[in-house]
Design a protein around this ligand. Structure first.
Ligand SMILES: [Cu+2]
Length: 313
């Protein structure tokens, strides 16, 4: 099942606590609507009932009414208590992390999400999760404040540099759900979009294996897949189109001018260094905004990306 929150007004309730969050929001919203309509109608009625007719008349001065005082104190107090305890219970559901949770590390970087799995696999902008398994996310940022937001799970948490925040949920439905960055973080903030793909236990195991080593794919196929799955595609085109970074079309074997005036020939070693130490040689005319993929890309993946870039003539 695929869902797109931009076109679909009813978000699926895809996590354990999603329906409880919705019920509380509905209670507060409809409670407010009912009170608003009621109070407005009574006000209008009184406006009409006590309008001035003919010569001014005066009611006898009223200083106190116990019944009224108690009523308008008690009703809001009870409402506030209901909302408080209901909200607190939902809060605990989100904040108390089950002991059998699977722990993933999520790092916000300008402008993508890097996700590390327990076995050392990592992915970019795609969080693959087994269904009905509690998940704990350890969130952080390597630059500015981002915010990890999965509307279908009804959960959102800031990703802050130099410290960890946590998020906990349990996906209850297979499917693909949007991940957004909900904290303005610079030029491509709006493109900082990911997908949470909830799959069965066996599909998850198969995915882990393929993400790590490409499974049965050829290096070129694996490289083409990494081009999007590692988010290179957000900054590099493969068809000559201009973007934040230089296009990959026809770069292998070409001579490139660097910002410091030097010239390099684009070979395997330069491509490799560009991924691991992007700021060592900055291409002339571009900002040094490429994040390092040191520790993110495995050797086999670097090889595959190089093989793929070589095919783009
Ligand atoms: Cu962001």
């Amino acid at each position: 099942m695929n869902q797109n929150s931009a076109t679909n007004m009813t978000l699926p309730q895809a996590s354990r606590f999603a329906s409880d969050v919705d019920s509380l929001v509905a209670f507060i919203t409809w409670g407010s609507v009912i009170l608003f309509v009621l109070i407005t109608m009574i006000s209008l009625y009184f406006l009409w009932k006590y309008r001035r007719i003919g010569a001014p008349t005066f009611t006898s001065p009223i200083s106190h009414n116990n019944q009224l005082e108690i009523t308008w104190t008690l009703i809001p107090t009870v409402l506030v208590f209901i909302i408080f305890f209901w909200g607190f219970k939902s809060y605990l559901d989100m904040r108390v992390i089950p002991a059998n949770s699977m722990e993933l590390k999520v790092t916000g970087k300008k402008w993508f999400w890097a996700i590390d799995y327990p076995n050392g696999t990592n992915s970019v902008n795609e969080m693959v999760l087994p269904v009905n398994k509690p998940v704990k996310l350890l969130l952080s940022s390597s630059d500015v404040i981002h915010s990890f937001y999965i509307p279908a799970f009804r959960t959102k948490m800031d990703a802050v540099p130099n410290r960890y925040t946590t998020m906990s949920f349990e996906p209850t439905m297979t499917g693909t759900f949007d991940i957004f960055c909900a904290e303005y973080c610079g030029k491509s903030h709006s493109g900082m979009i990911g997908k949470a793909r909830v799959v069965t236990e066996s599909e998850y195991a198969k995915w882990l294996e393929e993400a790590e080593s490409g499974g049965k794919m050829s290096p070129v196929e694996f490289g083409a897949k990494l081009y999007t799955s590692k988010a290179c595609a957000t900054c590099h085109s493969n068809d000559g189109t201009a973007n934040t970074g230089p296009t990959w079309k026809g770069i292998y074997g070409a001579k490139h001018k660097m910002a410091d005036g030097s010239e390099v020939v684009v070979d395997e070693n330069y491509l490799r260094q560009s991924m691991l130490e992007p700021n060592a040689k900055v291409v002339a005319g571009y900002q040094p905004v490429m994040p390092t993929y040191q520790g993110v890309l495995k050797e086999k993946q670097i090889d595959a990306l190089i093989a793929y870039i070589k095919t783009l003539k």
